[in-house]
Design a protein around this ligand. Structure first.
Ligand code: CP
Length: 310
């Protein structure tokens, strides 16, 4: 059994190829557990995991909670809207309070980039970044890569197109850091106003022509148009965005015939992706959700249960 080098999982930019591969390999066994009739192993009995989400979530929060429960950990969700956060308690004091109650791990989503790094410095327990602002969402990146590896049999050499609002997307950043480190060839595309300056320096190809990005792609990963983060009028209208960049059957025909279509969810159907392709046989959107539980079980196991670092 290998080990993770840190008590925390904060960013794929900071993770070696060996650590990522260890998590992906561990997730293979975890997926077997999810497929059983009785989804319960005693691995994390006596361990306590807290989810602390300052932004809405369906997939990430629930899959972390289920991952903990499937491995017999005690899981607690702190709803920030009904906690002392609304009385003005700081993030640091809130997290320290949870740690002093005996939490072994805090899984946090927060609108501010870098907030999970702050917690990792002030807490002795493990911290998992479940999405921090426009920075990273490492377990989403890992579950996307896991899905590609399962479906395509490899990551190295895959041509992956990431389509949409790259600028605001922590999912895009975690995909880019993880995929390039594992040897995939990544092309990003979207309106030029939604492409971060100097994004080429992340080791990707860039084009504002979606057709060019999709040409010969093995995998097309479509990002959600983050309407809640669009304050600056970065594109004219949603209809315009959909017409210019929406992934539909016609555009997808440029990719390889055995293309894998992905989306992290939640989808804006009819905006960044058409329902016709989202529900097609080559779409892995539902399987990504299951793989998210497997990846999160692997992370919990390696940090709290079986890894040498634990
Ligand atoms: N993909 C993702 O992070 O989904 P949620 O916002 O539902 O957690």
């Amino acid at each position: 059994m290998g080990r993770l080098n840190s008590k925390d999982v904060l960013a794929l930019r900071e993770m070696s190829a060996e650590e990522m591969t260890l998590i992906l390999d561990t997730a293979e066994s975890m997926k077997d557990i999810i497929g059983r009739e009785i989804k319960k192993v005693p691995t994390l009995r006596g361990r306590t995991v807290v989810t602390l989400f300052y932004e809405p979530s369906t997939r990430t929060r629930t899959s972390f909670e289920l991952a903990g429960k499937y491995m017999s950990a005690d899981t607690v969700n702190l709803a920030t809207t009904t906690s002392a956060v609304v009385k003005g308690e700081t993030l640091r004091d809130t997290a320290k309070t949870l740690e002093m109650m005996g939490s072994d791990m805090i899984i946090m989503r927060h609108p501010v980039s870098g907030s999970c790094h702050l917690l990792s410095r002030v807490l002795k327990c493990s911290v998992i970044n479940a999405g921090d602002g426009m920075h990273e969402h490492p377990t989403q990146g890992l579950l996307d890569i896991f899905t590609m590896r399962q479906k395509k049999g490899r990551v190295e050499g895959l041509k992956v197109a990431v389509v949409g609002d790259i600028y605001h997307s922590r999912v895009a950043r975690s995909n880019i850091w993880g995929l390039t480190r594992l040897g995939a060839e990544v092309t990003v595309t979207g309106p030029s106003t939604l492409l971060p300056p100097m994004v080429e320096e992340m080791g990707v190809k860039v084009t504002s022509r979606v057709e060019e990005a999709l040409e010969g792609a093995d995998v097309v990963n479509v990002l959600r148009l983050q309407l809640e983060r669009q304050k600056g009028g970065l594109f004219p209208t949603i209809r315009e965005y959909s017409r210019m960049f929406g992934v539909n059957r016609e555009r997808l025909a440029r990719a390889k015939p055995d293309v894998l279509l992905m989306h992290p969810g939640p989808m804006n159907r009819g905006v960044e992706i058409s329902s016709e392709v989202a529900d097609a046989v080559y779409s892995s959107i539902n399987e990504q959700v299951t793989n998210g539980v497997a990846i999160r079980m692997a992370v919990l196991f390696l940090l709290l249960g079986g890894g040498e670092a634990a």
